[in-house]
Design a protein around this ligand. Structure first.
Ligand code: ADP
Ligand code: ZN
Ligand code: ZN
Length: 745
């Protein structure tokens, strides 16, 4: 800090965070009406040529700038800080840990509507008598009985808002007359706040009698009290994790404490919410990406006022301020959708654990396939490990078989053996689920004559052929093109599709099992929400059908009538360039399999692979996810990868591959200096082009850092980012830092 000098300023100065890529705060003078502004309050400020919304972070009485160059805050937008000091600290921690500009963190964390200069609560117009008027003034209104009536009403009721006055049968014209006569005046005020929810006395529906494992889990959670503790419930699909969450929430709700429940992007279905609603009568606010900005703000206000007892939402709901927070629950904690992949790249799961600690409330993470990170935290006793190894109720576990397809000629992706099994299950009047992780008709279009391959012009990726409407589309950048009728290179007519997607399987299954409905569920078929609801309704009738779909089927849904789950092709997952590929693949297989045999019917899982002896498959078939996870954990240890090592990834993208690599090489040079000078254990790997080196027309490279501990990584990154910020920007080039990256492609 420099001492105030001639060019410095003494007197009150506010340090303001603004949404900008600059990792620093900006100084502003107090506004004209000089009332103290608390940290966490939104203000409107002149920033360059724009008026924007920023957050007061602290006050000081020193500025390194000349006062004459400082501008006053234009307007104070909140009558009280948007966030409590504790919560504001959490957001500041996020900025520090993810090395992301605080202003952008705050802007990402708050509802879209509050990024504009509006106040949190709607303003309403109130009318009341002018200061020097009294009831006797009504005399002058004797010839206007309606006006007199309104005047008397306001005399008796003090300030009343416009809506209420109009509801009483008075008109706007009457109000205007009294204002014109200088008898009454209007004033803008914030609408009244919602009341806090009433502590629950009883539940709507009776809670189930827990089985012994569920009981142990619940007791452990309850006995730990209301302070911070993190629990990892490792429970197979259908083991009754949700029942344990609900019974753990019950005590908090009856004490008037709020519960925050996070679920994966695709897991937040109306069914999920209605399950909580049928148990608990308190107001429930749900928050997800499909909501309008207004709906989101309403839910946020309900939560922040303490009016919602339960907040259930996807990733960004972790940033909902809750004045009486009692417990945080993250369902399917392993799910990739908890990690934001662009901008402020946070992990909602990791922030949840930090939040639990800061606000001193318990956190429950649950999954049938916990991430290796969380399993390691359990091994280290940072999390308390709770296991639910059996399905709740009467459902039994499914048997798994792997069909080796290396020697087979497949018919549209299916082996004879698998088709036979499907037929058997349908004949027994059961339902079948066919899983393929690829939407569209076919992933490849090529020419048998000259070898031409349909590739995206903007990405290093093949175009996927779609049948409806006939087109080729890039799943990475969204580009769409007409299907060529002849080969664009040799003009020959030997074009054909290779590989299978959901649409091709749908066509095939429809022909093969003509009397059985095939219901395809993927991103294309469910763009319209009503379609999905209608499809789910049809499935829940229990009539025989084939349910065909992608990842969307792997989560959240319960399909009690399915007895066969077929995973058409496991191989793309087995040989992924991502070091987490095996883990992801195992999680998908287990999650998809978990859809089978949920009711009293027992289920069967069949996986097709050309590598049936691959250890990931054999382990999953013979043992369980936990055993496989232990093996993968050993491999990560040997490879010095997470959860044993910390990762951070610097990504650069620009119009040429060369410039991105050169930029990262420069960073690498001074990161090497940093490492040597501080004798740090950090290791730099790269820079290299990313596995998909061109995406949406931009070239991409990355530089990976590895460290043994979080603290050594953090110290290193703080210095590194500071130095990168000093570099002169390169035209058209953008860089970003991903701490604990999930996506390395
Ligand atoms: P998970 O969240 O682990 O997938 P759920 O909580 O959804 O499991 O439970 C699966 C099914 O088992 C649900 O239909 C649920 O009502 C039922 N269930 C859960 N716990 C019990 C129990 N203790 N007794 C009987 N049925 C239960
Ligand atoms: Zn050709
Ligand atoms: Zn593309």
């Amino acid at each position: 800090m420099s001492s105030p000098n001639e060019s410095g300023h003494q007197g009150l100065i506010y340090k303001v965070a603004v949404p900008s890529p600059l990792r620093r705060l900006f100084d502003y003078l107090p506004p004209a009406a000089d009332i103290p502004i608390k940290p966490g309050t939104r203000v409107q400020i002149q920033f360059g040529r724009r008026k924007i919304v920023g957050y007061v972070v602290e006050q000081t009485n020193q500025s390194e700038l000349n006062t004459k160059r400082l501008k006053p805050i234009h307007a104070v937008l909140d009558s009280e800080p948007l966030y409590s000091p504790k919560f504001f600290n959490l957001l500041q921690w996020c900025a520090q840990y993810y090395h992301h500009p605080l202003g952008e963190v705050l802007s990402t964390a708050s509802p879209g509507k509050l990024r504009t200069a509006r106040s949190v609560y709607q303003q309403e117009t109130y009318f009341h008598l002018k200061a020097d008027t009294q009831l006797s003034d009504s005399e002058q209104l004797s010839r206007a009985p309606k006006q007199k009536e309104l005047f008397t009403y306001l005399c008796n009721n003090g300030a009343v808002n416009r809506t209420e006055i109009l509801d009483k049968g008075f008109t706007s014209a009457l109000l205007k007359s009294l204002v014109d006569k200088q008898l009454i005046e209007s004033e803008e005020r914030e609408a009244a706040r919602a009341e806090q929810f009433t502590p629950l006395e009883k539940t709507n529906s009776k809670s189930l009698d827990l089985n012994p494992e569920q009981q142990i889990a619940l007791n452990t959670i309850k006995e730990s009290g209301n302070d911070y503790n993190c629990f990892l419930i490792d429970g197979v699909t259908g083991s009754g994790k949700t029942e344990v969450y609900m019974q753990a929430m019950q005590d908090h709700l009856s004490a008037g404490r709020q519960c925050l429940v996070l679920v994966p992007e695709i897991g937040l279905t109306p069914q999920t919410v209605s399950r909580f609603r049928s148990r608990f009568s308190c107001p429930i606010a749900s928050m997800h990406s499909g909501m309008s900005d207004n709906e989101r703000l309403d839910a946020w206000i309900q939560a922040r006022d303490g009016a919602a007892g339960i907040v259930i939402g996807t990733r960004s709901a972790i940033f909902t301020p809750l004045p009486n927070l009692g417990i945080i629950i993250i369902d399917e904690e392993h799910d990739g959708s908890f990690k934001q992949q662009d901008g402020f790249r946070y992990s909602a799961r990791d922030v949840a654990v930090k939040r639990g600690r800061e606000e001193n409330v318990p956190v429950i993470l649950g999954s049938a396939t916990p991430s290796l990170e969380s399993l390691q935290n359990a091994n280290l006793k940072k999390f308390q490990y709770l296991s639910l190894s059996k399905r709740a109720g009467d459902a039994s576990e499914s048997a798994m078989t792997v069909i080796d397809t290396s020697q087979e000629i497949l018919d549209t992706g299916f082996s004879e053996q698998l088709l036979f099994k499907i037929e058997q299950h349908l004949n027994a009047r059961n339902q079948v689920l066919v899983f393929i992780n690829r939407r569209g008709f076919a992933p490849i279009l090529n020419c048998a004559q000259c070898g031409w391959l349909a590739e995206c012009e903007n990405c290093v990726a093949q175009m996927t052929v779609h049948a409806r409407p006939p087109s080729m589309r890039c799943h990475h950048c969204g580009t769409s093109q007409h299907l060529p009728s002849v080969c664009p290179d040799c003009n020959g007519d030997a074009l054909s599709t290779v590989g299978v997607g959901t649409q091709k399987l749908e066509k095939f299954l429809n022909r093969r099992f003509a009397s059985i409905p095939v219901i395809r569920i993927d991103r294309d078929s469910t763009r319209n929400k009503h379609n999905l609801a209608a499809m789910l309704d049809q499935i829940h009738t229990g009539e025989p059908c084939i349910l065909l779909g992608t990842q969307m089927l792997a989560k959240g849904h319960h399909f009690p009538f399915i007895t066969l789950v077929a995973i058409v092709d496991a191989d793309s997952g087995l040989f992924s360039p991502d070091f987490r590929g095996q883990e992801f693949m195992a999680q998908t297989v287990v999650q998809v399999s978990g859809r089978a045999g949920r009711a009293e019917r027992s289920g069967e899982v069949v996986i097709q692979s050309r590598h049936s002896t691959h250890k990931t498959l054999t382990q999953l078939g013979q043992e369980s996810y936990s055993v496989l996870a232990k093996i993968l954990m050993e491999e990560r240890k040997i490879a010095a990868m997470p959860p044993f090592y910390q990762l951070a990834l610097i990504k650069a993208e620009g119009p040429q591959l060369k410039t991105t690599l050169e930029f990262l090489k420069r960073i690498n040079t001074f990161s090497n200096d940093l490492i040597q000078h501080s004798n740090s254990s950090v290791l730099a790997i790269g820079p290299v082009p990313t596995p998909m080196e061109k995406k949406a027309g931009r070239f991409r490279s990355h530089l990976l850092f590895k460290a043994k501990t979080k603290s050594s990584m953090q110290r290193f990154l703080a210095q590194l980012v500071y130095q990168i910020d000093q570099l002169k920007p390169v035209k058209g080039l953008r860089w970003s830092l991903d701490v604990d990256p999930l996506d390395m492609i």
